[in-house]
Design a protein around this ligand. Structure first.
Ligand code: SAM
Length: 224
């Protein structure tokens, strides 16, 4: 009986590998994400460890989930698509604004050399530090602070991902983008549909911007 209880507990807790594979196939690959490193990261990072325990069974579903403090972990497809848009690799250093659960940072950590991530809500920043450590991510640095201003001392960055909606593209983030680098950021009104903008700094320093899709993110807060 003891063995049966242990076995069923193991099965119950599981590692959700099948759910993760299904998520990648049905939600991410099926919608056009092709970058092999992004697909591998989405398949290996245990998303259920980044959501509140009572929502674990929902961790691989096709929608965002609440993580407390009025904030969310983004829909898996959006995380994958935004990561692919950064065009980063194992030599890259990336800045994330809006650490939240730490999941997007963990996906990036599997792909790039180092991730710096800023979170304005202190308890979320502290929890993300713990979650990332427990999941063996040693190349992520989390800091509490207003990401509007970026993290100049650690820059410039090969890629910048902003996971909260801004009213405009923050000039400090454009300044901290390396020539040749890409930034992805939702821009638009709060609590409404925003435009996901892809910003590129060309080698000569000129900036291009284009809208890639419509999204709905929680607002980028702060005093800016
Ligand atoms: N990337 C996160 C993840 O993987 O779980 C999801 C982020 S959630 C959609 C947006 C996050 O941005 C929230 O945790 C919110 O507190 C944070 N945020 C909002 N304004 C911010 C700011 N000015 N600086 C840093 N973080 C901010």
């Amino acid at each position: 009986i003891f063995a049966m209880v242990c076995a069923s507990l193991f099965l119950f807790q599981g590692d959700y590998q099948k759910e993760r594979a299904r998520m990648v196939a049905d939600q991410i690959r099926a919608r056009g994400v092709r970058d092999a490193a992004v697909l591998a990261a989405m398949e290996s990072v245990e998303r259920h460890r980044f959501v509140p325990k009572h929502l674990r069974h929902d961790a691989y579903e096709d929608h965002p989930l609440p993580i407390g403090h009025g904030q969310t972990i983004s829909q898996p497809y959006i995380v994958a698509a935004m990561t692919e848009m950064l065009r980063v690799d194992s030599d890259s250093v990336v800045l994330e604004v809006g650490t939240g659960s730490g999941y997007q940072a963990a996906i990036l950590a599997r792909i790039v050399k180092r991730v710096y991530t800023l979170e304005v809500i202190a308890p979320l920043a502290r929890r993300a530090v713990t979650t990332l450590r427990e999941n063996g991510m040693t190349n992520v640095t989390v800091k509490e602070g207003d990401g509007y201003y970026g993290w100049a001392e650690k820059g410039p960055f090969d890629g910048i991902v902003v996971t909260a909606a801004a009213s405009h593209i923050p000039p400090p983030l454009v300044d901290q983008l390396k020539p040749g680098g890409w930034m992805v950021i939702p821009v638009g009104p709060v609590f409404a549909v925003q435009s996901l903008m892809l910003v590129h700094k060309r080698e000569d320093g000129t900036i291009t911007k284009k809208k890639v899709m419509s999204v709905r993110f929680v607002p980028l807060t702060g005093n800016h």
